[in-house]
Write a new protein. Structure first.
Length: 356
């Protein structure tokens, strides 16, 4: 995390979640002036208050759905990490308007409040499910991205930079599959997998924070940033967990759930045709065409045919051994293994090893 946060006030919406805990810890490790946590769960706030115990950490009870509470929390703030969202696919399928109220209208509240309070920069956290979305969660996140990008289009002279980051599965985050697999193993159960051939991009919490930090440092108005990531099949992920825990459990296939995709894409070919390759990241500038219809019906972009989607089915894919090495980079995995008295054997694989 860069040093531009020295003495600054930073607001993290949805800050009691996995991302909020990680980014708050990193910010407090720097000479940050204040970290504000905005969430509606006072119990989680109280737990975080006792876990962290730092006078620079301030808690605001509120909801991004309520503009007034967001506006109050963002007063005199320099940067906003917008992480508040409804993220569970099944709950958003049953209650799509709740996803709209939080992910779309809530994001609009965050952007408007930041503009009113002269916040320097807002980074909105998105997901690969926003690319070619087939479920309500992904659709609402895709609209969140449009809300963020429209800010600059409609306010060309604004001093508040609004950008987005998009990433795949964050390993060991709250509600993710890896903690579920470990819980099943610890209970003596087999691992349940919807479809072992399903592929997903894999990213650590630390890398997700690095991505947001990169966006704060490099973003122009309306930019979208994507961190390059390896992919793996869910079957290989389950087998890697079994191997690490030296378990005899089996993998049980339970069938694809509602609104699940066989693969996920982090970027479309249309986005990649205008993207800048920045090494570990792609920067996708906003499409700044105006409402002149000739740009849509009379002018094309021949470069788009030269690109493919950045999809988890076609991206660099980790072997089971490679997934094991990647999992061992997670402090949470190492801690659980240590508590179980398991010492992983030396492995030749590195997290960069892939099956092409």
């Amino acid at each position: 995390m860069n040093d531009s946060y020295t003495g600054k006030r930073v607001l993290v919406t949805g800050g009691t979640g996995s991302f909020g805990h990680t980014v708050a810890a990193q910010l407090l490790g720097r000479d940050v002036g204040e970290v504000r946590i905005l969430s509606r769960d006072e119990a989680k706030q109280d737990l975080m208050r006792h876990e962290v115990s730092d006078s620079r950490l301030r808690f605001y009870v509120g909801d991004v759905r309520d503009y007034e509470s967001v506006e109050r929390a963002s007063r005199d703030v320099d940067y906003v990490f917008h992480a508040a969202a409804l993220k569970q696919v099944p709950s958003c399928e049953f209650f799509p308007m709740e996803a709209v109220r939080t992910n779309v209208m809530g994001s609009e509240n965050v952007v408007r409040a930041a503009e009113k309070n002269d916040v320097r920069s807002v980074v909105c956290l998105s997901t690969d499910k926003a690319v070619y979305p087939v479920n309500a969660m992904g659709m609402s996140k895709a609209l969140m991205e449009k809300v963020a990008q429209s800010h600059g289009l409609n306010n060309p002279k604004t001093a508040t930079t609004v950008s987005c980051v998009r990433y795949g599965n964050v390993m060991y985050s709250r509600g993710s599959v890896i903690p579920l697999f470990i819980k099943q193993l610890q209970s003596g159960k087999n691992l349940t997998v919807t479809n072992p051939a399903m592929t997903r991009f894999m990213m650590s919490l630390a890398h997700s924070v690095d991505l947001v930090d990169f966006a704060f440092t490099n973003a122009a108005q309306g930019d979208l940033f994507i961190r390059k990531a390896p992919a793996c099949t869910i079957g290989d992920l389950a087998q890697a967990v079994i191997n690490l825990f030296q378990s005899s459990a089996k993998v049980e296939v339970i069938g694809t759930r509602h609104a699940e995709k066989l693969s996920e894409a982090l970027a479309t070919r249309e986005e990649l045709s205008r993207a800048y390759d920045m090494g570990e990241y792609f920067r996708v500038p906003a499409d700044k065409r105006d409402l002149n219809y000739s740009a849509y019906f009379e002018e094309g972009d021949p470069s788009q045919s030269q690109f493919e989607d950045y999809d988890s089915h076609t991206a660099d894919r980790l072997s089971v051994e490679g997934v094991e090495a990647l999992l061992l980079t997670l402090p949470e995995i190492r801690a659980v293994l240590a508590s179980a008295g398991i010492t992983p054997s030396e492995r030749k694989a590195e997290s960069s090893r892939v099956d092409r």
